[in-house]
Design a protein around this ligand. Structure first.
Ligand SMILES: Cc1ncc(COP(=O)(O)O)c(C=O)c1O
Length: 397
């Protein structure tokens, strides 16, 4: 995974700046911080690279999703369309916000499809929580048209897609707001951290306040600030922000390497009859963190994963059976299990989660193989790794 691969002297330098002053908190303490504001710099760097007017850092991708949902007014009893293929965080965030998730079909883009969303819309639908999976954007053109038609709020979870864009605009800026994760497994990481972006000032102010107990961050006396709304504590600390800043500066290089490596593998895989590839609405904007391809059938995919394991080849994810990324592994979510009562326990669930079946998504994920791209591969390593994958595929087709 790129971010952790490139951790080094630059991150240590930024952290040392913070450790030397001891200003670990992102607000105030001007007397000791020697002009260093790592969270602010981190946010400015994200604005610079995404083109966002506003960015606000938080503690995780999960709290980033929570913040943008609250900021956009999505909460108690609101139906929110979500995909069945994602890391579970945004779905959990929707439940915990009191919203009612409605699962809709994805397509070969690996994200919610315009048709899937259209079919799931009801008079109670308020928002689409779009998740740009595996480093690349969904079919935003089609999705924006459906959102416009039904007057739905579009929220983008770009947890896996830092650096990705669609037709020249960064993911996260196509709807009301976007959320990114900087956890340890992401394209840019600070161990644990998250980022929100938006071009809407009112939404930004909401995020800023929701993520810090309603503090307005106006003036220079934190203790005497006004509070117009409630919030919580999703504040990022200066140490995490310092690492995030160093990592963001490395993003252009990471993207360049990823794209070069992905292109090499894709050219090789394209020579094999029977494989098809993830649909990319904007290939140029792909962060190239993964290369996703489909086997002709579920049985072929099962054989490929068995073959890779027999050959000792790692790094190819089988999302159909592993890692809690597909709804068939989410019994606890389908039973809405949580230690305390959630809004959904007192409201009518919009779907019978326990019997939910999305045949198109099921077919797509059961045939999917996903290779993680390393930005630090040497040419010979990349060639040798690709040889092994090609050989395994040829054995099973
Ligand atoms: C799409 C997506 N959204 C949200 C998250 C949650 O991010 P975090 O682990 O930083 O809370 C993840 C993490 O894997 C993710 O993949």
């Amino acid at each position: 995974m790129p971010g952790m691969e490139v951790y080094g002297a630059e991150e240590r330098k930024e952290v040392m700046d913070v450790l030397e002053t001891g200003a670990l908190f992102r607000y105030g303490h001007e007397n000791i911080r020697k002009g260093m504001w790592k969270a602010l710099e981190f946010e400015a760097e994200v604005c610079k690279q995404t083109g966002a007017k506003h960015a606000h850092a938080v503690t995780s991708g999960t709290t980033a999703v929570t913040s943008i949902m609250a900021a956009a007014g999505i909460g108690h009893g609101d139906e929110v369309i979500v995909p069945p293929y994602t890391f579970v965080a945004p779905v959990e965030a929707a439940f915990l916000a009191g919203a009612l998730p409605v699962f809709a079909e994805i397509d070969e883009s690996l994200c919610l499809s315009p048709e899937g969303i259209e079919a799931a819309v009801t008079p109670n639908t308020k928002a689409v929580l779009l998740i740009h999976m595996c480093g690349a954007a969904a079919d935003l053109e089609g999705i924006l048209a459906v959102c416009k038609k039904h007057n739905l709020v579009l929220l983008e979870d770009c947890g896996q897609a830092m650096g990705a864009s669609y037709k020249g605009k960064s993911v996260g800026l196509h709807g009301v707001a976007g959320a990114f994760s900087f956890d340890y497994f992401k394209i840019t990481t600070c161990g644990e951290g998250g980022m929100t972006i938006t071009n809407d000032e009112a939404i930004y102010k909401n995020i800023d306040q929701v993520s810090d107990h309603g503090h307005t961050h106006e003036g220079n006396n934190r203790g005497m600030e006004d509070h117009y709304i409630m919030g919580s504590n999703f504040r990022i600390g200066e140490i995490n922000a310092a690492i995030g800043l160093a990592q963001m500066r490395k993003l252009p290089w990471i993207l360049e390497q990823n794209r070069k490596h992905k292109k090499y593998i894709k050219v090789r895989l394209k020579q094999i009859d029977g494989l098809t590839f993830r649909k990319l609405g904007d290939e140029e904007g792909d962060s190239a963190t993964f290369i996703n391809f489909f086997l002709p059938t579920k049985q072929h995919a099962e054989k490929l994963f068995a073959q890779l394991s027999e050959d000792g080849v790692g790094g190819v994810a089988n999302w159909y059976t592993n890692m809690y990324h597909f709804i068939n592994q989410w019994d606890h979510i389908k039973e809405v299990k949580f230690p305390s009562k959630l809004a959904i326990h007192n409201l009518d669930a919009p779907q019978d989660y326990s019997s939910i079946y999305l045949p198109k998504s099921e077919d797509i994920i059961s045939r999917l193989a996903c290779i993680g791209i390393s930005c630090t591969w040497k040419e010979n390593e990349l060639a040798a790794y690709t040889d092994k994958i090609v050989a395994a595929i040829k054995k099973v087709l």
